[in-house]
Design a protein around this ligand. Structure first.
Ligand code: HMG
Length: 455
């Protein structure tokens, strides 16, 4: 066995303003129930005029440093994952480093490595694996590395993707012998396909998305990654092939949440796939009938076919599904239904939500992660919750922060969405936070972003 490496702490940042899902539905002429019950969305986190993916990232990184009394010399890497970076060449991590130096002193972070990773919503999970592998190898020169996931999910006004917007950042503090959870590298499964479900060409601020098709891609890649994870578990002898399900081995799970209902689809399809070969499926099959044939459907199309959707709906009505879902997954959505999609940050906000809401003893229990990014790739991996997790979990504070935000009107939201407010015209002026002050206009600084910490 190699070194024990993993997540020592999680810090979360959410903008201070949000849009109410029911108000959005009314304004768009959609039945509110479609957003609240159909998609599971209650509130949508909206970045204010002075915010961008870099300020949110810097806030999450600053929080993780401050709450752990860390000095810059203790940090080895600041590694940022994003798909909403403002620059095709300069990584957000450099802007973050510059902002942190406004707090810790010029040059205080000049020794760190600071790359940026891009792979849609799965980017932060890829970055985390890279950094953990580096720490496990012993190449690190300082004890801690920070991985930040930061994103603004933005679609066209009036589009079907509009309700699935959101914004947030997370900072994962990584180290050897972590307090929160230890990574199990030996089981990790990947599922990757070159696909066109969702992408954002560099000239656009909103994504090109084939909504229903993207749901099928998520489910396909997750299945491929789950198969890899299961194979690795079987080979290591942790899982008994004839009777045990992967879910029996997992106490909690967090999935990427573009909208909370997607997590229900993903967990249901995961269970159907994992259970249909086990003795327990006989009883369930008696209740929900035979699985529809896949004949005539390509892989992705099958997942979004009416036949499969009805079958899955019947399965999610069974007590066997409900028990597993309520015990292991539902609490991840407490925070996510109040934030919306935050791309790279989403799956980790779900993990934070679990740690904040779960009252059972989690020590030694397995925590599963189902991370998906369009384009497309899924990662299924797991951690073991560590004995000292309680002191970390009790200080996450995400749910409390979500309760302190201010609601904005549809007009304010549309002004922010369309960039009609100047950087100094925020709905809630910045206070104790980083703000984007100006964007360079001269030949030598055209497009360069100037940030300042506002007391
Ligand atoms: P849509 O197609 O308009 O919605 O938009 P729908 O017709 O599929 O309805 C959604 C649900 O609402 C259905 O529930 C309806 O029945 C229900 P289901 O049957 O599936 O359980 N419904 C109602 N419920 C109660 N009362 C009502 C009512 N009416 C309908 N009155 C879609 C949904 C997600 C496609 C759209 O919002 C979209 O395009 N979003 C953006 C893309 C997206 O989020 N894709 C998700 C998978 S890809 C991914 O996760 C990656 C991503 O995060 C990007 C990245 O990786 O960077 C997006």
């Amino acid at each position: 066995m190699g070194k024990t490496v993993g997540i020592d702490d999680i810090a979360t940042y959410v903008p201070k303003v949000y849009l109410d899902a029911e108000e959005m539905a009314e304004a768009r002429g959609i039945p509110p129930g479609k957003l609240t019950r159909g998609l599971g969305i209650e509130k949508v986190s909206i970045p204010d005029a002075h915010e961008d993916a870099s300020t949110m990232a810097a806030m999450a990184a600053l929080m993780v440093m401050e709450k752990n009394d860390l000095e810059p010399k203790e940090i080895d890497f600041i590694h940022v994952a994003t798909e909403t970076g403002p620059d095709a060449a300069k990584p957000i991590s450099c802007y973050v480093l510059g902002m942190l130096e406004q707090r810790y002193g010029a040059g205080s972070f000049d020794h760190v490595g600071a790359p940026e990773t891009k792979f849609a919503c799965v980017g932060a999970t890829y970055a985390m694996i890279d950094r953990l592998a580096y720490i496990a190898s012993g190449w690190n020169r300082a004890e801690y590395s920070i991985v930040v996931g930061t994103d603004i999910a933005k679609y066209e006004l009036n589009s079907s993707g509009e309700p699935t917007q959101g914004a947030a950042a997370i900072a994962l503090l990584l180290k050897e012998n972590p307090r929160l959870m230890a990574y199990e590298p030996q089981f990790t499964g990947f599922g990757t396909v070159d696909d066109k479900d969702f992408f954002r060409p560099i000239e656009r601020t909103t994504a090109v998305v084939n909504g229903q098709y993207s749901i099928g891609c998520y489910l396909r890649d997750m299945r491929i990654a789950v198969d890899g994870y299961r194979k690795n578990m079987l080979e290591s002898g942790v899982l008994k092939p004839s009777r045990e399900s992967l879910v029996d081995k997992i106490r909690l799970a967090s999935f990427h949440s573009p909208f909370p209902k997607m997590v229900l689809y993903a967990f249901a399809d995961f269970l159907i796939h994992d259970w249909r070969r086990l003795p327990r499926w006989k009883k369930i099959a008696e209740k929900i009938g035979p699985e529809p044939s896949r004949e005539g459907f390509a892989d992705v199309e099958y997942y979004i076919s009416d036949g499969h959707k009805n079958y899955r709906r019947n399965f999610t009505g069974t007590k066997e599904f409900t028990e597993e879902y309520q015990n292991k997954v539902a609490d991840s959505l407490t925070a996510l239904s109040l934030i919306g999609n935050s791309y790279t940050a989403s799956v980790w906000l779900g993990a934070a939500s679990h740690f904040e809401t779960m009252r059972d003893d989690l020590e030694g229990k397995r925590f599963g992660i189902g991370s998906y990014g369009s384009g497309s790739s899924a990662i299924v991996c797991s951690f073991i919750v560590q004995p000292d997790y309680r002191q970390v979990a009790s200080r996450i504070g995400l749910i409390e922060k979500l309760g302190q935000r201010q609601k904005i009107s549809m007009t304010e939201y549309e002004d922010l969405h369309e960039g009609r407010l100047k950087l100094d015209e925020s709905v809630m002026p910045p206070k104790n936070e980083f703000a984007l002050e100006t964007i360079g206009k001269e030949t030598n600084d055209y497009g360069y972003r100037y940030y300042r910490y506002v007391e």
